[in-house]
Write a new protein. Structure first.
Length: 619
């Protein structure tokens, strides 16, 4: 999951490429580079290990001139982060440059064959092999009467036929100033159409400050462009259909504004983003939800007798919450499958099984593959996605957008609450088509409408939660415990803590303590209990007491007014009263803030945690 951007226009390319990389850095940040060409038939490359600022410092000393270029911010797959392994990579001639997002699975035999022909490599990456392949194909057509542009397009086509794996690439050749070629399979690539300039990027956040007109390429699309023209074809030749979309967010929305981190901004956006999910999707007349994008008739929805929810990471935790919520509201058997497992396990499903894939980015390769596996089996696969125009959104058989705006922080926050909100709407819709009464539906609508204000009330406790985080700042581990609707919340809280503060954290169903987990309890291991006043409160108290009996410190997330916890827990964070099936949307907020403040106090890079990237587009 790297970030790539290409520019061709009349402006100096280097500043545009560097600014574009800044917007894409959340996709990978262990090294970066740019290559710029000008009319002088040469390509100038600058590459640097480490964060983007290192590249900026390098370029600042001696900015390469030219109005056409490509750039890349890396999440290492093959070869550790070094200057040499950073992209762009050059071919044997040094006149072709390429940036690549993806994995070339057969790069080693290809590299050996090229080395046998005298090619010399300077990195350990799979991507450099692609540069040499394209360059070799381009050189081989030197005598043809095709134009240099068409020779380069043909060279890309021929080289891509030889590789297996995934790619999102942009390439250029010093013989052809002002000309870029791009292609994608399994990694996203979007065309930005400007006035007298054109762009290629991994996602629109890199180009939204220049243009709102975008074309989201599909797998096996190939595009070539100048500053005033472009053409999109199939990678094996032939025309393809495409449409120009308007980017659905502003440049300001892709910035962190007055917040110190994107993650904090996105935590505080949740009153709005939760409302964005249900805005226009609640029906008072029917005491139900309206989800038009499902592309299913009422009868088809009525016939659904099993639901499979598929996702990765936070999206899988939202799916876990969805399982409890949808079953509670609709009584339809619902189950969760981790996407990377679903795609290989050949789950028995009959024709009335409905599959939903859940993904913030809409590009997670395991979730994309799981969707395609479900479709291969003849199932309709619907998607719950945040990124408009993303691959999963476009290839699914229907679904609903979250409309949360760009989520830049690597740690998912607003996307989780929006995904759970969407699952609640789905449960309400399906429930009202079955056993849920009008009165119950109306009560759920009122509860849903109250959620943004309740989230706002929790956010006001950020300083109190920060004080609690500081109290446990030396903890080397943390347990997160919850039951029923909040067992998934415990899983999500643990993921937040571990991925941004790097301490060991695990989430469990509270009663699992007795089955082994309690062996971990010491005075130095805090346990966070999600323990609202709900139907399993008393059982949860028993679990909490077991921890206290072994001197384990406890942080309790409980319902306002439930002062019992003051006598039992070491620290208490209150959340407003809410129907228990919606409680994950509230109870996760303190956990997001707890992990944020804890990580900041430990001076971790909250928005770009080590080893991670926002969108996992490699397997
Ligand atoms: C969660 O904080 C992580 N960013 C990660 O687990 C993420 O949820 C997962 O990679 C799925 O991403 P997606 O929702 O974009 O598919």
């Amino acid at each position: 999951m790297c970030g790539i951007i290409g520019y061709v226009g009349k402006e100096s390319a280097a500043p545009i490429l560097l600014e574009g990389l800044r917007k894409l850095e959340y996709r990978g940040y262990d090294s970066s580079g740019i290559a710029v060409m000008n009319g002088s038939n040469t390509i100038h490359t600058r590459k640097k290990k480490g964060r983007l600022q290192n590249l900026r410092d390098l370029v600042g000393e001696n900015p390469p001139e030219g109005e056409c270029g490509i750039s890349h911010t890396r999440w290492a797959t093959h070869g550790e982060p070094t200057d040499e392994n950073a992209h762009p990579h050059l071919d044997q001639s040094g006149k072709l440059a390429i940036v690549h997002n993806g994995v070339i699975e057969n790069y080693q035999p290809l590299r050996k064959a090229l080395e046998a022909e005298g090619h010399v490599f300077h990195s350990q990456t799979d991507s450099e092999v692609l540069a040499h392949l394209v360059g070799k194909k381009y050189e081989a057509s030197a005598e043809s009467d095709a134009t240099p542009q068409m020779r380069l397009v043909a060279a890309v086509r021929d080289a891509l036929k030889l590789i297996s794996g995934t790619y999102g690439i942009v390439t250029m050749h010093a013989d052809i100033p002002g000309f870029l070629v791009g292609a994608r399979l399994g990694s996203p690539l979007v065309v930005g159409l400007g006035k007298g300039e054109n762009f290629l990027a991994s996602d629109v956040s890199a180009i939204v400050s220049h243009t709102s007109d975008a074309i989201y390429l599909s797998d096996r699309d190939l595009v070539y462009m100048t500053d005033s023209d472009f053409k999109i074809e199939h990678v094996e030749g032939g025309s393809v259909e495409f449409e120009v979309s308007r980017v659905d967010f502003t440049p300001e929305q892709a910035e962190k504004g007055e917040y110190p981190h994107y993650m904090l901004k996105e935590i505080f956006e949740q009153p709005t983003t939760i409302a964005n999910v249900f805005r226009g999707r609640l029906s008072d007349d029917e005491a139900s939800a309206k989800l038009g994008g499902l592309n299913l008739t009422p009868q088809e929805l009525r016939d659904v007798d099993r639901i499979v929810l598929v996702g990765c990471g936070t999206a899988s935790h939202a799916a876990m919450a969805g399982e409890y919520i949808i079953e509670h509201l609709s009584r339809i058997p619902t189950e969760v499958e981790i996407a990377s497992e679903f795609r290989y396990r050949n789950l028995p499903m009959d024709k009335n099984t409905l599959i939903f894939v859940i993904s913030q980015s809409g590009e997670t390769i395991d979730t994309l593959a799981a969707m395609r596996e479900g479709q291969r089996k003849g199932h309709r696969v619907l998607s719950i996605v945040n990124s408009v125009g993303s691959t999963i959104a476009r290839e699914s058989d229907g679904g609903s957008y979250l409309y949360s705006g760009p989520e830049i922080g690597v740690a998912a926050t607003k996307s989780f609450t929006s995904q759970v909100m969407m699952m609640s709407l789905l449960g309400l819709l399906l429930g009202r088509m079955r056993n849920l009464s009008m009165r119950e539906g109306q009560r759920m609508l009122a509860e849903i409408r109250d959620l943004p204000a309740k989230v706002e009330m929790i956010l006001q406790q950020t300083e109190k939660i920060r004080a609690i985080a500081l109290k446990y700042i030396d903890a080397q581990g943390m347990l997160f415990l919850g039951r029923q609707f909040n067992f998934p919340t415990a899983m999500e809280g643990a993921l937040k803590m571990k991925e941004i503060s790097y301490i060991f954290a695990s989430g469990h169903a509270s009663a699992e303590l007795k089955h082994g987990v309690i062996a971990l309890i010491t005075e130095d291991l805090p346990s966070v209990f999600i323990i609202p006043k709900d139907s399993v409160y008393d059982k949860n108290v028993s679990s909490l007491e077991e921890v206290k009996a072994r001197k384990g410190p406890v942080i309790a997330i409980t319902t306002e007014g439930n002062t019992d916890m003051e006598d039992i827990a070491n620290d208490v964070i209150y959340i407003p009263e809410v129907d228990e099936c919606l409680s994950p949307i509230l109870s996760v907020i303190p956990l997001q803030l707890l992990s944020y403040h804890f990580a900041v106090a430990r001076e971790c890079d909250v928005d770009k945690p080590r080893n991670l990237a926002k969108s996992v587009t490699v397997e």
